[in-house]
Design a protein around this ligand. Structure first.
Ligand code: HEM
Length: 415
């Protein structure tokens, strides 16, 4: 049954976690415990680990962990099938972020299935269209340069804190219609919420973000502007104004979906560039190939996953899955599927174009994909124009944090 986003109700799904909770119909030979996003092998080198799954795992397997059991898909074709069939794989209850059951809201649009999903997407699609996003290019370029000005003469920087984080936060504030002087506060909130791995710190950050966003929503209700929060506040669905939980669930999901993913992507790419000076020279030497360069880097360093729940029983590659079970498309692994991307771990800027899954696919494909591509492109162009030669600081050990968005903690660079 479709959820009613205007009147949200916390979903009541039984928690299925650990070896004692494997359903009887799951074949024993398909049970694995790969520790995606949390295990030590994964955290040692996440992208290599996910690329290696194709040699070690069946294409569809049942992953068991203390965080929750779920079917895992690693083939590009299977992930696309899942993403394109919301009638079989629902988004209801598929998002992992906890909420207060007494003040519940859905994350919009990610938790809404078709046909209702389209009404919400329609509100912001014009803001995130390729044409609309292109209008931000000049601002993004200026921002990149302002950030680089701060550290270029020092001959070194800690990329994640000095560029990787402030860039998407500033772009986001501008888009949302929030004041730029809140940048450092937003960076802190985002880091506490998404990276602290400490439940108290996360809850406190969520509280601060929520009360701030609620204040802003009230302000924009009285004084509309042409930015995203105001558009959401004043939008109508089914010829009625949106309810407070719909407005809040939409605004806060943009915060969750639009910041961490871009940080992590930039950080992954720059740690690779810092170890591959010849590839930086190649990017610089072929300026007209920038879009393919960005696409290939997004393929190799994709950062997140798509989770769904089975809305009905389904058989995939002969494997029977049951209604109510969880399923995850391991998108970075799918981007290394050798049947689609030959020699998948090689970064090849002249690779034949195939759809990458960094931004998923189907109805929930990333709303910010054009913006994210533009941010990566402009960041590459401006950085390499001003700092063409740089390296990861000697003796740096790149550490990855556990969690649903894969990226290094710190990327110290020198030039
Ligand atoms: C490199 C950066 C980014 C990556 C890798 C990324 C990745 C993704 C993925 C994989 C999904 C689909 C999740 C699923 O199927 O369950 C998604 C959805 C979404 N993303 Fe992004 N994202 C990025 C940047 C952004 C930005 C900048 C924004 C907005 C400012 C954004 C807003 C959204 C929204 C609103 C959705 C939900 C779409 C829907 O449910 O229809 N993302 N993103």
């Amino acid at each position: 049954m479709a959820i009613d986003a205007a009147h949200p109700v916390p979903p009541q799904f039984p928690r299925v976690a650990g070896r004692d909770n494997i359903p009887g119909h799951v074949p024993a030979e398909l049970v694995r415990s790969v520790g995606i996003a949390t295990g030590p092998e994964f955290l040692a080198a996440p992208h290599e680990y996910m690329a290696g799954l194709h040699a070690k795992m069946p294409p569809v397997f049942y992953d068991v962990s203390d965080y929750g059991n779920a079917w895992h898909l690693i083939k590009h074709e299977d992930a696309l099938f899942m993403l394109r069939h919301p009638e079989i794989f629902t988004n209801e209850g598929a998002t992992p972020f906890p909420r207060d059951p007494d003040d519940y809201f859905y994350f919009i649009p990610i938790e809404i299935d078709p046909p209702h999903h389209r009404k919400y997407r329609a509100i912001l699609d014009p803001v995130f269209s390729p044409k609309a996003v292109l209008a931000l290019e000049g601002k993004i370029r200026a921002l990149c340069n302002d950030l680089i000005d701060e550290f270029i003469d020092r001959g070194e920087c800690e990329f994640t804190t000095e560029f990787g984080r402030p860039l998407p936060v500033s772009v986001f504030l501008d888009l949302m219609g929030l004041p730029q002087d809140k940048r450092d506060t937003f960076v802190k909130w985002a880091v506490d919420l998404l990276h602290s791995q400490n439940r108290e710190t996360m809850a406190e950050a969520m509280q601060l973000i929520s009360s701030y966003l609620k204040e802003v929503i009230a302000e924009k209700t009285d004084s509309p502007d042409d930015r995203v929060i105001s558009r959401i506040v004043h939008a109508t669905v089914d010829d009625r104004p949106m309810s407070p939980p719909e407005i809040f669930g939409f605004v806060i999901f943009l915060f969750i979906g639009g910041l961490d993913t871009v940080f992590a992507t930039l950080n992954n790419i720059w740690q690779w560039l810092g170890q591959n000076p010849a590839r930086c020279r190649e990017i610089i030497a072929e300026p007209d190939n920038i879009n393919s360069q960005v696409e290939e880097l997004l393929r190799v360093y994709s950062v997140t996953f798509s989770g769904r729940m089975l809305a009905q029983d389904h058989v995939m590659r002969g494997v029977a899955m049951k209604k109510g079970e969880r399923i995850t498309a391991v998108l970075p692994a799918c981007n290394y599927d050798p049947d689609v991307f030959p020699d998948p771990t090689t970064v090849d800027f002249h690779r034949a174009r195939k759809p990458i899954l960094a931004f998923a696919g189907g109805v929930h494909s990333c709303m910010g994909a054009h913006l994210a591509r533009l941010e990566v492109k402009v960041a590459l162009q401006e950085w390499l124009r001003r700092i063409p030669e740089f390296a990861l600081k000697p003796d740096t050990r790149i550490e990855y944090r556990p969690g649903g968005v894969v990226g290094p903690e710190q990327v110290p660079l020198t030039w």
